[in-house]
Ligand binder design. Structure first.
Ligand code: ZN
Length: 287
């Protein structure tokens, strides 16, 4: 996903007034932050810069967008992984997640869900592209379930971790631009689209890479459930430019050219509120 292009969210953009999913201009301010919420990683601000951001909700589709002018352009190239894991912390964090008992692991249930759903397709070749792989726990688990996995991520550290430590072929770069082979029987976005400036464009790109009978799997934070518990929920931290509603995930998927095979909301073992969708270019699960 490269530099997710947060720089275009500065002055002059209509992001303050227009919903990035359905383009409605009807919106209301739901949360305002003058300091980082307790659960947020401490991203570095420029000297003298004040922390200030607002979350607006679209009156038409319920989508939440975070609006601010803080300079965090380099978030995903460098500081994000330093802020969250330290320079060499990816492997350590990977091992920590791997050591979780299944009932405490979001990834255990994610893997189970995706394997069960895709088993109905009986793919001849089980090829997976995981977009924005981060720690790599998901493609690593899918590899153990017989999938041939690849990842793409803007971070050199993530790519090095995937290829060197996990033995998963990895491409470094901006998902919107980097050449990838395909077609893949499965393309996955696990907690990725909330971080980018244009999630519909990201999802659209996967329609060129997924096989005609393939599946795209999406997980995003569920703003409707999380907002019931107030503004300090982790779903609304600074690194999430978008927080979804059931309707906004549905509309984005359709706008990106997909049919919705299944959608649901759930609370994960980590306590995260999540919306998930299985998408396809064709309507029928049997292709
Ligand atoms: Zn909207």
């Amino acid at each position: 996903m490269g530099n997710p292009g947060l720089s275009d969210r500065g002055l002059g953009m209509d992001v303050n007034t227009k919903c990035p999913i359905c383009e409605s201009t009807e919106s209301k301010l739901v949360f305002e932050y003058h300091k980082p919420p307790p659960e947020e990683s401490q991203f570095s601000l420029k000297n003298g810069e004040k922390y200030f951001r607002q979350v607006f909700q679209c009156g038409a589709c319920g989508h939440y967008r975070s609006v601010h002018e803080m300079k965090i352009d380099q978030l995903y190239k460098k500081s994000y992984h330093e802020a969250n894991y330290g320079m060499n912390g990816l492997h350590k964090a990977f091992k920590r997640i791997q050591a979780l008992p299944p009932e405490s692991s979001d990834n255990f249930y994610r893997t189970k869900r995706v394997c069960e759903f895709t088993s109905a397709k009986a793919f001849k070749q089980k090829t997976l592209l995981d977009v924005g792989s981060n720690l790599g726990v998901f493609p690593y688990a899918m590899k153990k379930n017989g999938w041939t996995c690849e990842v793409v991520d803007p971070s050199p550290q993530v790519v090095k971790h995937a290829s060197k430590t996990l033995g998963i072929p990895a491409t470094q770069g901006d998902f919107l631009k980097v050449p990838l082979k395909g077609p893949y029987s499965l393309v996955t976005f696990n907690k990725v689209l909330e971080h980018v400036s244009n999630p519909t464009a990201m999802l659209s790109r996967s329609s060129e890479l997924v096989a005609q009978e393939g599946i795209v799997y999406v997980e995003v934070p569920d703003g409707e459930s999380a907002s019931q518990e107030g503004k300090n929920r982790e779903e609304f931290t600074l690194d999430h430019s978008h927080v979804f509603s059931f309707e906004s995930l549905k509309r984005m998927s359709q706008n990106a050219g997909f049919q919705i095979l299944s959608m649901e909301r759930l609370q994960e073992p980590s306590s995260k509120y999540t919306l998930l969708a299985f998408l396809s270019l064709t309507e029928s699960i049997n292709g």
